[in-house]
Design a protein around this ligand. Structure first.
Ligand code: C2G
Length: 129
């Protein structure tokens, strides 16, 4: 049983996120998603979410690729999560390429290509027009 983990805010969930989650699940048999809490987004990611943590969690839990959603409350928890959930592979979009290589002594670190043309910022901008 290969266990995979990925992290993110997933606010205004879109097909770029789904592409990432689908490919992350393809890396193993069980996918844990660490979902940034509202506080973490506000305090450390300078992101104000449109949907609250509970709503974003419910959306993620309805996705067939996702097996478990846990809260991401700080930047430092990844090392603990990898041990706690017996993770074999850490997966992120390649906008983070290299940023999490320090986890390589704990598990495989994989950066997957982002879906280029979509982002929450673009959605919000286009909706304004
Ligand atoms: N993503 C993607 N293609 C897009 C947009 C996002 O593949 N068009 C990926 C990102 O690379 C990331 C995941 O979807 O792996 C979630 O994206 P965000 O919610 O923007 O996550 P982020 O704010 O980068 O948070 O500790 C890590 C952070 O929590 C990551």
């Amino acid at each position: 049983m290969k266990r995979v983990i990925t992290y993110g805010t997933f606010d205004l969930l879109h097909y770029g996120h789904i592409n990432l989650l689908r490919r992350a699940k393809q890396q193993g048999d069980y996918l844990v998603v660490a979902l940034s809490t509202d506080e973490f987004n506000l305090k450390s990611k300078d992101k104000v979410c449109y949907f609250s943590y509970d709503k974003r969690k419910a959306l993620l839990e309805s996705i067939r690729y996702v097996d478990l959603v846990i809260p991401e409350e700080n930047w430092e928890q990844k090392t603990i999560d990898i041990n706690l959930y017996h993770i074999d592979k850490f997966v992120m979009g390649d906008d983070w390429a290299g940023k999490f290589d320090f986890l390589q002594d704990q598990c495989e670190v994989i950066y997957l290509e982002r879906t280029p043309e979509i982002s929450t910022t673009k959605i919000k901008k286009d909706m304004k027009r």
